[in-house]
Design a protein around this ligand. Sequence first.
Ligand SMILES: *[C@@H]1O[C@H](CO)[C@@H](O)[C@H](O)[C@H]1NC(C)=O
Ligand SMILES: *[C@@H]1O[C@H](CO)[C@@H](O)[C@H](O)[C@H]1NC(C)=O
Ligand SMILES: *[C@@H]1O[C@H](CO)[C@@H](O)[C@H](O)[C@H]1NC(C)=O
Ligand SMILES: *[C@@H]1O[C@H](CO)[C@@H](O)[C@H](O)[C@H]1NC(C)=O
Ligand SMILES: *[C@@H]1O[C@H](CO)[C@@H](O)[C@H](O)[C@H]1NC(C)=O
Ligand SMILES: *[C@@H]1O[C@H](CO)[C@@H](O)[C@H](O)[C@H]1NC(C)=O
Ligand SMILES: *[C@@H]1O[C@H](CO)[C@@H](O)[C@H](O)[C@H]1NC(C)=O
Ligand SMILES: *[C@@H]1O[C@H](CO)[C@@H](O)[C@H](O)[C@H]1NC(C)=O
Ligand SMILES: *[C@@H]1O[C@H](CO)[C@@H](O)[C@H](O)[C@H]1NC(C)=O
Ligand SMILES: *[C@@H]1O[C@H](CO)[C@@H](O)[C@H](O)[C@H]1NC(C)=O
Length: 494
Amino acid sequence: MKASLLYSMVAVGLVSATSSHALKSSGISHRSLPNAPNGYAPVQVECPSARPTLRSAATLSPEETAWLKARRAKTTSALLDFFGRIDIDGFDAVDYIQNSASADSTTSLPTIGIGISGGGLVACLNGGGVIKAFDNRTDGATGKGQLGGLLQSATYFSALSGGSWALGSIYINNFTTVSNLQENLWDFTSPEIVLGPSDMAYKDFWGNITAQVKSKRDAGFITGDADFWGRIQGYNFFNATDGGVDYTWSSIALTSAFQDGDMPLPLVVMTGNSAATSTEDSPPTAPIYETTPWEWGTYDNDIYGFVPLEYLGTRFVNGIVPNNETCVRGFDNAGFITGSSSDIWNEDGVDIVEEFRGYISKLNASSPGSDEIALLEFVISEFLSATSSTNSTVNGPAAYDPNPFYGYNAATSPYSNDANLTVEDGGENSQNVPLYPLIQMKCSVDVIFAIDSLGVNDFDSDWPTGKSLIATYNRTLLNLANDTAFPPVPDLDT
Ligand SMILES: *[C@@H]1O[C@H](CO)[C@@H](O)[C@H](O)[C@H]1NC(C)=O
Ligand SMILES: *[C@@H]1O[C@H](CO)[C@@H](O)[C@H](O)[C@H]1NC(C)=O
Ligand SMILES: *[C@@H]1O[C@H](CO)[C@@H](O)[C@H](O)[C@H]1NC(C)=O
Ligand SMILES: *[C@@H]1O[C@H](CO)[C@@H](O)[C@H](O)[C@H]1NC(C)=O
Ligand SMILES: *[C@@H]1O[C@H](CO)[C@@H](O)[C@H](O)[C@H]1NC(C)=O
Ligand SMILES: *[C@@H]1O[C@H](CO)[C@@H](O)[C@H](O)[C@H]1NC(C)=O
Ligand SMILES: *[C@@H]1O[C@H](CO)[C@@H](O)[C@H](O)[C@H]1NC(C)=O
Ligand SMILES: *[C@@H]1O[C@H](CO)[C@@H](O)[C@H](O)[C@H]1NC(C)=O
Ligand SMILES: *[C@@H]1O[C@H](CO)[C@@H](O)[C@H](O)[C@H]1NC(C)=O
Ligand SMILES: *[C@@H]1O[C@H](CO)[C@@H](O)[C@H](O)[C@H]1NC(C)=O
């Protein structure tokens, strides 16, 4: 049995503190794959001859098990590299790793996970700054006392909400560096990401987004805040035509660099809920869903299953696609995944339209009659027109419709009779650091670098207190996911 260690790091603003850039030459190179069948609209397709099925959460997926072998070879040499640069008094880490590498390496070599929290753009930049420091490709990151190489040594990299914007920007752009993103893509000169990148006219930006979201609705799928939010993120974080509208999350698994184990396994976390409680913060019993490049689902005891990500949106019944149903592809739009993970718009007091109206009144005080005011009025009308149909939810959680777990594990799952699933921001269960995928014993993670970028009471002026770690510890005591382990975390006063 391996010891489990957990390091919680409250990181400082590394992004702004570091001015040098590693990649001077290129822009952001081509990324994952634009393999959606019809832009943003999911499409009914003929099922492959081996019809997709759900799998039980009793084991890791065969894809992950095979991939871990490829990744292990890479992390072993990265660890040798990392520890070769670090002196530990009285312990020859390189010798230890060399000896262990020949033994049963899954149990004798450390498995490392990194998790970056939510907290909006602050969390994206702060989490991104930590990743930049952990990345051996960053200028100066392998100097004395630096941590470059931890990213290369990690097996898992989880993120939720604002953190998933950084993760998505890295992975959808071919595992590029944060330095390169800063230099060539990230452009936060617009006052808000809802206004789009500064090189795109507001009207074009919103005209494109509403047309894309409407195409999904017209195809018969429920649309809502998470769709808009995800499209906004696509234009801000993906360097691809039309905000990466054709990029699916599952396409990450098709790229050879990923298959060769050249990067950690990306995991994006979302919280589930029942329609009845969807306007409240989620209780600890709410499902914790994780998105891998292969699948979407949960190790929680009750649902205890995963759906192939490429076929999310397909009508599964009791884990299979009935003979009279077709398959659906293109539901797993890359921005929709990060948009779901960051969909806080169902929370009381964070109405997206009110948010726009708030900007309007601010602008009205400083620059009355400005173009921005007209644009925001336009945005509100477009938004409302795209969401005021029977097939939409406004200020609601993301709709995962149809529910892939319909009829699945009916004896234990409270969701097996639900036509659809509601999915919301991964931090809405108080666990703002995406630890659950990393504490599944099946994953054998030994060390977690957890980056928490969100104050507890106030977004802008408060510090992380450790409340998120306590919430994770608390949930492990409830036995909702029986294959997890977490060290005891004392209360806030301690
Ligand atoms: C986006 O990617 C293209 C290549 O696909 C590259 O030429 C361009 O420089 C990139 N743009 C930015 C802003 O990095
Ligand atoms: C992705 O990045 C890898 C490693 O830098 C590079 O070898 C590969 O050519 C890139 N792929 C594309 C499609 O740009
Ligand atoms: C970063 O680590 C990888 C994996 O160990 C290694 O292949 C690469 O050469 C390293 N790059 C630098 C710049 O140190
Ligand atoms: C989408 O944006 C492009 C510019 O990037 C613009 O030419 C086009 O008219 C926009 N489409 C809509 C529907 O607004
Ligand atoms: C709503 O979805 C149904 C199919 O579920 C579709 O027939 C209908 O056209 C959609 N309505 C709108 C307004 O998009
Ligand atoms: C854990 O939960 C799963 C799914 O409900 C169940 O099949 C399994 O028997 C449980 N294991 C233990 C040790 O309780
Ligand atoms: C398939 O059969 C089920 C059960 O009879 C029915 O509810 C469903 O609507 C059918 N689906 C299609 C696409 O006809
Ligand atoms: C801007 O402020 C003026 C004066 O208070 C008010 O009449 C007007 O309705 C406001 N416009 C908007 C778009 O809020
Ligand atoms: C989701 O399904 C429930 C019933 O299971 C239904 O009441 C609700 O209207 C559905 N929501 C949407 C957005 O279709
Ligand atoms: C953890 O559980 C304790 C005891 O039930 C409770 O008092 C506390 O509020 C919980 N803390 C969090 C952050 O969930």
